[in-house]
Ligand binder design. Structure first.
Ligand SMILES: [Fe+2]
Length: 299
């Protein structure tokens, strides 16, 4: 069994919601939420860039009001991006085979540690699986320290830029895609950051397979030490460039399958380590819009 990296491995803080805050979210009122809004905003401008809100009873809210409450809080942090050619800004994450554009969204498979393409991400748990489905967040700070300590030869390679490919199931404009380092050292404006998605980097074709494999193995080892369970009602927000995320495979209950709601948020609250990071989300938004227009124009 692997020893923990350090007792200080970074984890998202849990912020319990007060009864008044839960009621205000349920009623769609803003008046009792000023303190919560300030705390969450400060978490992204000057804090760890991750927070787990706990205290909602999702059965009391139902799916619609639960998803709306998530979107309301996400709207405090930035603007909600569309998540598919269908254009939804709050996506359902649930097992549903047969959609080639969605990849992990509709699968029950393991999702190894990675970043997505927008600045802030959120997942809210409405129903858990029968077994499995544990979440993971690995901070870029821990990742950067581990690479320096355990694989210093890898560091120089991770600081070089690599092109990110696109999703072949989506239509796309014919123009160059962004090239970005995988790791960004901390500086005066921000902590260590990371931009890593094995799927898109492999599609880009520039990053060597052994580099991706070594980085994946190191990230997964850290991830194994930070697994946690989202419980029904939990809403998790995190800065995509400051944390890798992922989940373990799961098995659904037949009558009540696992259901999460997800946000992709464009946000300038936390500094980006590289201005080109914004391009990843922009290109994803653009591909979804182009695909939507293409599908409408197709017979
Ligand atoms: Fe993801």
């Amino acid at each position: 069994m692997t020893e923990p990296l350090s007792p200080q491995a970074e984890r998202p803080p849990i912020r319990p919601l007060t009864t008044g805050e839960v009621q205000a979210l349920l009623d769609g009122r803003e008046d009792a939420l000023a303190e919560l809004r300030e705390e969450i905003t400060a978490n992204f401008t000057a804090g760890p860039g991750a927070v787990l809100l706990r205290g909602i009873d999702p059965d009391l809210f139902g799916e619609g009001r639960f998803a709306s409450a998530l979107a309301r809080i996400g709207g405090w942090l930035g603007s909600l991006a569309i998540q598919s050619p269908q254009g939804e800004r709050v996506a359902r994450v649930e097992r549903k085979p047969g959609d080639p554009t969605a990849r992990g969204t509709y699968s029950d498979a393991e999702l190894r540690p990675h970043t997505d393409l927008h600045d802030i991400l959120a997942l809210a748990c409405h129903r858990v699986a029968a077994s499995g489905g544990e979440s993971l967040l690995v901070s870029a700070r821990d990742l950067y320290a581990a690479v320096r300590h355990e694989a210093p030869d890898l560091l120089a390679v991770l600081l070089k830029p690599y092109v990110w490919g696109g999703n072949p199931a989506l239509q796309s404009a014919n123009r160059p895609r962004p090239r970005l380092p995988i790791l960004f050292p901390p500086d005066a404006a921000h902590g260590a950051q990371v931009a890593y998605n094995g799927y898109f980097l492999r599609r880009g074709g520039e990053a060597a397979a052994d580099v991706l494999a070594r980085f994946d193995a190191l990230a997964q080892r850290l991830a194994d030490q930070t697994l946690f369970n989202l419980i029904p009602g939990d809403m998790l927000f995190w800065h995509n460039w400051s944390w890798l995320h992922g989940r373990m495979p799961f098995v659904d209950r037949e009558d009540r399958p696992r259901l999460l709601f997800r946000l992709w948020i464009r946000s300038i609250l936390a500094a980006r380590a590289d201005p080109a990071l914004v391009e990843l989300g922009r290109r994803m938004d653009e591909d979804h819009k182009i695909t939507s227009q293409w599908e409408k124009a197709s017979p």
